[in-house]
Ligand binder design. Structure first.
Ligand SMILES: Cc1ncc(C[n+]2csc(CCOP(=O)(O)OP(=O)(O)O)c2C)c(N)n1
Ligand SMILES: CC(=O)[C@@H](O)[C@H](O)COP(=O)(O)O
Ligand SMILES: [Mg+2]
Length: 579
């Protein structure tokens, strides 16, 4: 390969190029990303949209001495390619490969790990402040999208930044879309930034440059030069197109945010025939509940498509709200709704719910408000990796007074939990994974008894207690190996309240108890079982199985389960070792 891209293993080689060569380099980069992502799926649209910006940044600034932070980080592929990771780029998001997000352990060019949005401005303000204290002179740049900058954290950071004299450049990469179409009042304001006499950024006390074409090298390099002449913090507003340079991605930006496998030549996304997932059941059931009960509302912080709420949003626009990347607001908004005779279903990925922890405690649980939390992507999510795995929610939710915590093992229970939750008088969390669901073809709804476990098998040697999808898997393993006589399997759709009566009976009967959960095992379901057994002075063996007390990297969900001993084979081996 004798092209421009092949000559770059470090940005200093890029800096030796003529400016006139950058357009050709951008073209090669686009082809390279498309070639790779068509077979190694990842976040395509955002990365295609920042190719010119990334080249211009590394061309103009003296990275890694000058510090760049990519907000969310899903657009960092051109950055990785220019900073020494081109030759391992095809390992993107795979087991033992490079991460899909910036990662401090991966490269000195990745100055700050991201994955969750809207952290970049706070972090760059921190770095610039430290440099001031340490008397280090260099440039500090945060690149943030139009959806991410509207989040509370970004606005808090801009407010702080505006009161400083720090040499920070915030680049607002405005492509007028998040994963789904952008929402909210600022969207309109960003359009009027074209003619900036006074705007939100100058109101914050920041200098403003823009608006410029973020695909035009001359404009970008001139803007960086201009930024250098301005002392103190500044914002540069650039307009870009998500999916730039690949027609299909430009035309359907939602689908091409992260399209999966595709045929680069024809632009066709590879269609598989996937089994029914928890997300399918959630989308259908939520739609049915919204149709049946006019008091029900659904809220998502910027994940309409991912949460499978698009049809509900379309059909019930007055009761399905996309509030933007605003998890904290989503939860307290739901709390407000719950005080006034509506029934809010607050639909948030487990990993992003972490950001709203105080709101769950202070605004919902403390006032015992009946907010229903639909906690999607609970458990390993696979190739997004450590930033996105939903591993903590059992531990952090079951700690909270008044909170019901549930996790369905199959379609019937999932539908019934979603149905039952509308009658709750207290906060009610339903956690479910990014995974196929054990189908039951149940069409009717039945109210579930809160806190009741279900005996699946009544074998006599040992008892397995488990919750969520993993119960269905253990059920299959037991059936396939004809172990029903030896093993008792009890499913706990409710992690809290725990079925204590059942636990008392199990403690009396079984000398060995094993628990399974798809969450971190410290403080989770198994811990809660163990805490209760302790109060009974249980003298038998108890083994808790779940995720280890460490951050787990990216790989497929199946590979990760194997890594932590939760694949079918390891589960079977563990069971057999006890009988
Ligand atoms: C706290 C948090 N909430 C939600 C997400 C999911 N998410 C990832 S990218 C994205 C949209 C980002 O839009 P924008 O900032 O405009 O960047 P673009 O994709 O357009 O480049 C969302 C909602 C996230 N990563 N972090
Ligand atoms: C970058 C980001 O946070 C999202 O794009 C996330 O990767 C979505 O995950 P799903 O693909 O599971 O919806
Ligand atoms: Mg955007």
């Amino acid at each position: 390969m004798d092209n421009l891209l092949s000559k770059i293993n470090h940005p200093k080689q890029l800096r030796a190029f003529e400016t006139s060569q950058l357009t050709e380099l951008a073209h090669e980069m686009r082809e390279f990303i498309l070639d790779t992502l068509s077979v190694k799926p990842g976040h395509l649209g955002a990365s295609l949209g920042v190719i010119e910006l990334t080249i211009a940044l590394h061309y103009y600034y003296n990275t890694p001495n000058d510090l760049l932070i990519w907000d969310v980080g899903h657009q960092c592929y051109p950055h990785k390619i220019l900073t020494g990771r081109k030759n391992i780029f095809e390992s993107l998001r795979q087991k033992n490969g490079i991460s899909g997000f910036p990662s401090r352990i991966e490269s000195e060019f990745d100055t700050f790990g991201t994955g969750h949005s809207s952290t970049s401005i706070s972090a760059i303000v921190g770095m610039a402040t430290a440099d001031k204290i340490n008397q280090i002179k260099r440039k500090h740049i945060a690149i943030i999208g139009d959806a991410s900058i509207t989040s509370g954290m970004s606005l808090e950071a801009l407010n702080h930044l505006g009161s400083t004299d720090l040499d920070v450049l915030v680049i607002l990469n405005d492509n007028d879309i998040g994963i789904d179409p952008s929402v909210g009042g600022l969207k309109k304001h960003f359009k009027s930034l074209n003619n900036p006499t006074q705007n939100i950024f100058t109101d914050f006390g920041l200098n403003f440059i823009g608006t410029i074409d973020g695909h035009n090298f001359t404009d970008l390099l001139n803007a960086f030069e201009k930024a250098d002449t301005i002392n103190g913090p500044k914002v540069l507003h650039i307009k870009t197109t998500k999916g730039k340079g690949y027609e299909q991605a430009e035309n359907d930006q939602v689908k091409w945010h992260a399209p999966g496998l595709f045929n680069k030549e024809t632009g066709e996304i590879v269609k598989s025939n996937p089994p029914k997932t928890y997300q399918d059941v959630f989308g259908e059931t939520m739609h049915q509940l919204l149709a049946e009960n006019k008091k029900i509302v659904a809220i998502t912080p910027a994940m309409i498509t991912g949460s499978n709420l698009a049809k509900s949003h379309h059909d019930f626009p007055e009761r399905v709200f996309d509030v933007g990347i605003a998890e904290q607001h989503a939860v307290t908004f739901a709390a407000g709704l719950a005080t006034q005779n509506t029934i809010p279903y607050c639909v948030v990925y487990s990993t992003f719910l972490q950001r709203a922890y105080d709101q769950i405690i202070h605004d919902v649980a403390l006032q015992n408000l009946p907010v229903i939390f639909c906690v999607d992507r609970a458990g390993f999510v696979g190739t997004d990796g450590a930033t996105h795995h939903g591993v903590f929610d059992i531990s952090f939710l079951r700690d909270i007074p008044n909170m019901i915590v549930s996790s369905p093992r199959n379609e019937k229970d999932f539908r019934n939990l979603l149905y039952t939750a509308q009658f709750t008088t207290q906060p009610f969390a339903i956690r479910y994974p990014k995974n196929k669901i054990s189908t039951t073809n149940s069409l009717t709804f039945e109210k579930m008894e809160i806190g009741k476990s279900e005996i699946i098998f009544e074998g006599n040697k040992l008892a397995i207690l488990s919750t969520g999808l993993i119960s269905a898997r253990v059920e299959e393993i037991i059936k396939q190996n004809k172990l029903q006589d030896k093993i008792a399997l009890i499913d706990f759709p409710f992690i809290k309240p725990l079925d204590q009566n059942r636990l008392k009976a199990i403690a009396l009967k079984y000398p060995t108890i094993i628990t399974y959960e798809d969450g971190i095992k410290t403080g989770g379901f198994g811990s809660s079982v163990s805490e209760f057994l302790n109060t009974l002075h249980y003298k038998g063996n108890i083994t808790i199985n779940g995720y280890p007390d460490e951050f787990v990297e990216h790989a497929s969900i199946a590979e990760l389960e194997e890594l932590v001993g939760l694949d079918d084979h390891s589960i079977l081996e563990m069971i057999l070792s006890y009988i």
